[in-house]
Design a protein around this ligand. Structure first.
Ligand SMILES: Nc1ncnc2c1ncn2[C@@H]1O[C@H](COP(=O)(O)OP(=O)(O)O)[C@@H](O)[C@H]1O
Ligand SMILES: [Mg+2]
Length: 234
C-alpha cells in the first residue's frame, strides 16, 4: 500500500490585510501517523497560523491540507471533523472558568447537530478515568480559577483526549509553566502518544521540548527553513 501521511500540507498560504501580511507563504509538509512533530521558529514566523490551519480553525488563502488523503476543502462539517479527529492544547489552557474540571473535560462531547454517538455515561466514565490518569482525582468539582497552571494544563489534556482523537495539536503547551510542570505535561503527552498511537504536532520555543520530538521543522517568515532537523523515531 502506498504511504498516506495523516496530514499533508501543500503550498499552504495564509495572508492577511490584502496580502500585506504573509503569515504563511508556501508551506509543504507531511506528518506521519504516530509522529511527534515539533514546529519551531521565532515569534511571528507563522507557527500558530500553521497549527490553526491544520486544526481547521482558519482557512488558507491558497493551498490545501489533506487528512489521510481527504482534502480539507471537501469537509462539510469542520466542527464535527474536529470533534472526531483533533484534540487541542493551548498555552493559556482555554478552560471555561464557570465550569468545573469534569464539565470542562466533557465540553467536546456535547453533541452538535450530528452526534459522535458515545453515551453520556461512557463520556463521564472516560472523563473520570482520564482525570485520574492525570493525577486530578480529587479535583473533579473544582473550578479552573482555583488551580495551578500545571493542573489546568492537565485538565486541558484530558479535554483534548476525551473524544479519542487521532491528532493532538498543541500550541506552546508548556509556555506558561515552570520547568517541572512543563516536563510533566510533556511526559504525559508522550505517554498518551505512545499508548494510543496518537500523532502530535506541537509548536514550541523550548529546546527541551523539541528535543523530545521525532522531528522538528523550522519556520521562518512563513516558510519552512531548510535547516530541518530529522531525528530518529522514539
Ligand atoms: N488574524 C490576523 N490578522 C492579521 N495578521 C495576523 C493574524 N494572525 C496572525 N497574523 C500575523 O501573521 C504572522 C504570523 O503569526 P503567528 O502565526 O501567530 O506567529 P507565531 O505563532 O509564530 O508567533 C504575524 O506577523 C502575525 O502578526
Ligand atoms: Mg504563536
Amino acid at each position: 500500500m502506498s504511504y498516506v501521511p495523516i496530514v499533508r500540507a501543500e503550498n499552504l498560504a495564509l495572508h492577511f490585510d490584502q496580502n500585506k501580511t504573509r503569515a504563511l507563504d508556501g508551506i509543504n509538509v507531511d506528518v506521519g501517523e504516530g509522529e511527534f512533530l515539533a514546529i519551531v521558529g521565532p515569534s511571528g514566523c507563522g507557527k500558530s497560523s500553521l497549527l490553526n490551519l491544520i486544526g481547521l480553525l482558519d482557512a488558507p488563502t491558497a493551498g490545501e491540507i489533506y487528512f489521510r488523503g481527504q482534502p480539507y476543502s471537501a469537509i462539510r462539517d469542520p466542527s464535527l471533523f474536529r470533534r472526531k479527529h483533533i484534540g487541542f492544547v493551548f498555552q493559556s489552557f482555554h478552560l471555561i472558568p464557570t465550569l468545573s474540571v469534569l464539565e470542562n473535560v466533557l465540553v467536546p462531547t456535547i453533541a452538535g447537530p450530528a452526534s459522535i454517538s458515545a453515551s453520556r455515561q461512557d463520556c463521564m466514565r472516560s472523563a473520570r478515568s482520564l482525570l485520574s490518569r492525570l493525577g486530578l482525582d480529587g479535583k473533579l468539582d473544582q473550578f479552573p480559577g482555583t488551580m495551578s497552571g500545571g493542573e489546568r494544563q492537565r485538565v486541558a489534556i484530558a479535554r483534548a483526549l476525551i473524544n479519542n482523537p487521532d491528532l493532538i495539536l498543541a500550541d506552546e503547551p508548556t509556555g506558561s509553566l515552570d520547568s517541572s510542570n512543563a516536563a510533566q505535561v510533556l511526559d504525559l503527552l508522550c505517554e498518551f502518544k505512545r499508548e494510543k498511537g496518537l500523532t502530535v504536532i506541537m509548536v514550541t520555543h523550548d529546546a527541551d521540548v523539541s528535543a523530545r520530538a521525532d522531528r522538528a521543522i523550522h519556520v521562518r517568515d512563513g516558510r519552512l527553513d531548510l535547516r530541518e532537523e530529522y531525528r530518529e523515531f522514539i
